[in-house]
Design a protein around this ligand. Structure first.
Ligand SMILES: [Fe+2]
Length: 237
């Protein structure tokens, strides 16, 4: 009998191909470039322009982005349901939504989104080749490298190509591709190597809370934040 390996504790990366009308995606691309204005990148060298730190973090409030935001919302609920969340026991909030534009040579360094619980990305362009820069997801733990650090070390005994010890997984952008993943997962965007084109995506941060809980005697689940409407803002010192 041959040896069997089982993937335990899998990370749930979700993808869906949205049916973006070509005309709509061109209009959205134009809107994003208009919002970017004269800027061509973030202050740190080689970094793509990201709306979240440049004042463009509420795309979900703009009518032009309402339809795509609704798609994100619908798929986010489907993601939660597939993960086992009971939809009547959780509320979902869109916290922040912003465009990202990579000029040729630009990418985004490794980071995660500690402010959020669930992250979504929609690509407004890309041909699936990855030439314009891939979303790179890093595993939270390298349980199978056996020796800590081996999966990312140079000249090691691991060849780096194997599924069980991959140091990262790359997702190539394609027009209309929607991606969802836990916001705590480290990720990056590799450099745009397409000299002739920009790479454009929309990013969304979502947060989970308890639903509004107004019935006397009932309380939100222990480890889920109560609904933000039931928080109390404190005055400053
Ligand atoms: Fe990110």
């Amino acid at each position: 009998m041959s040896l069997q390996l089982q993937p335990l504790f899998p990370l749930a990366l979700a993808t869906a191909q949205l049916r973006l009308d070509p005309m709509d995606s061109v209009l959205l691309l134009q809107d994003v470039l208009g919002l970017r204005g004269e800027a061509t990148g973030n202050p740190n060298l080689g970094c793509a322009w990201t709306g979240d730190i440049n004042g463009v973090w509420q795309l979900h409030q703009l009518p032009a982005f309402a339809a795509i935001t609704a798609e994100v919302q619908q798929h986010a609920w489907a993601y939660l349901q597939q993960l086992g969340f009971r939809s009547d026991q959780v509320a979902l909030h869109l916290q922040r939504a912003w465009p990202v534009v990579s000029e040729p040579g630009q990418g985004v360094g490794r980071h995660h989104h500690p402010n959020a619980h669930l992250s979504a990305i929609v690509y407004l362009n890309g041909d699936g080749s990855g030439r314009s820069g891939c979303l790179r997801l890093f595993p939270p733990h390298q349980s199978n490298e056996l020796v800590p650090g081996l999966a990312v070390g140079h000249d090691g005994p691991l060849d780096g190509s194997g599924h069980w010890n991959a140091p990262h997984v790359d997702i190539a952008p394609r027009t209309g591709l929607l991606v969802l993943f836990p916001a705590q997962i480290d990720h990056a965007v590799t450099a745009n190597e397409d000299e002739g084109d920009l790479r454009v995506s929309l990013a969304f941060d979502l947060a989970l809370s308890a639903p509004l809980c107004e019935q006397p005697g009932l309380a939100p689940p222990e480890y889920l934040a109560p609904h933000p409407q039931q928080w109390g803002a404190l005055a400053g010192p």
